[in-house]
Design a protein around this ligand. Sequence first.
Ligand SMILES: [Mn+2]
Length: 333
Amino acid sequence: MEDRIIDFLRGNPGNIVLTSHFNPDGDAIGSTLGFAHYLQGQGFNVNVIFPNEPSIPLRNSLGYSSSFVHIDQHERNKTKTIISQANTLFALDYNVSSRVGKEMSALIDNFSGTRILIDHHESPDHSFDYMYSLTSKSSTSEMIFDIIEKDGGAVDIACADNLLMGLITDTGSFKFPITSSRTHEVAGKLLNFGAQPSIIHERLYDNNSKSRILIWGLALSNILITEDNSVAILSLSNSDLNEVNCQPGDTEGLVNQGLGIKGVKMSVLIREDSVGSLKMSFRSKGDVNVNDYSRQYWQGGGHKNAAGGVSELTILEAIDKVKSTSKEIIIDD
Ligand SMILES: [Mn+2]
């Protein structure tokens, strides 16, 4: 399939719309903008639609300010028109249309043209017309590079910058187990196309807002660790978030801090977005499978070592539930 995606587009000329998931992360932005800039360079008419606005560091990727980038929450009428005038729609870095949020998922479900999914999450929705799904891949950005490389056209600096950002963010700067020799090879090739890892890194990680540092401080000062020292639990109440005027993206990456504690195999972040609505994030090491765990207990899923979920419990109830259920998935050394 991946060999034929761009040939398919050449055989079916028309407008292309590329979409990614709600709260777009580095790989969502990276894969979508990387592909969009490549396709534009190949003469295609492209538009990109994200459901809501990404965090500021992600908005600073090269080419983010292109006129073809749209935010559904800000430009509803425009995005509806774009989707109605497209004949091919890409779903990048998400496995089911509900991941784009309620408002936008209807537009994707009812899209009358060809729907193509490119993604590395588990359990992709088989209702798409074409699917390129590989859970062994570090990132959707790596998959997009595979497609582009086979096509053989010019990779401009905006494409290279965005794809490398996707690789860096989804692999935790090349340290997660999903990182393969191919991931490093792709990164090397992106450097040859002009991407600058030091600049991407500085933009992403040395560019914190005050509210981000304050919310991390609050969460870390209240960290709980289970008696057997295997699970770290971070929690932020609605009033914590309001106290520091927490902005979208401020808690991104926070859950990984729990894994930095010696002996901890799973880290959990519980965030109370509004009272009665918890967002759960899970990270794990090695064979501790948080995808299965979140599916079973938290109405969510994701990858083996990184997953999300939701809950209607209170924070204290959710902490108790993590304590009682996580024992099942922790594997003793
Ligand atoms: Mn991804």
